[in-house]
Design a protein around this ligand. Sequence first.
Ligand code: FE2
Length: 194
Amino acid sequence: MELQQLKKFRAWFDDYVAGFYGDDEFINANLKLKEDHTRRTCEEMLHLSKALCLSDEQIRLAQVIALFHDIGRFEQFVKYLTYYDPQSVNHCLLGLEVLRHTKVFDEVDETERQWIEKAIEYHGLKELPPDLKGDCLLLSKLIRDADKIDALYVMTDCYQNTPKIRKAMSWKLSFRMSRCIRPRCLMHFWLAGG
Ligand SMILES: [Fe+2]
């Protein structure tokens, strides 16, 4: 994938997301949460990709996956007023529907498109399917990690800065998130989905 294509996708994302904002402040605020999450996930993905010394080609693919991994969230919230999949729709599959319906990946190489779509489809699963291999497996693992790293950031930020939420969550979390991260906590976030 060329850099020019990645730039085109970033512009497409901006236009697509902008189309969901309207007069409702509640909806706008929730859309902004996911928009900001996506941008931070792209940054996390870039950080992870560089730390792993991936090729420029792999880094660009990883960026596209991070950019589009939650593309279904916008339609999900506007339609159902929730990000809770069990009470609305599987946001990963909805994301794939959006991408196919809008034909945004029509010019992407077939193999790369499949890697991107699989990484998006699987990013919310508790476990990856066992048959993934090579770059497809690598990219699928990367988005799950980048997504969860930001989910952890959101939760700790919320926990530290919102006394009401801190109180409500305290019965669930048996540790002080502001000072330490324990495996049990990580498991909680990993299982919760991004
Ligand atoms: Fe996400």
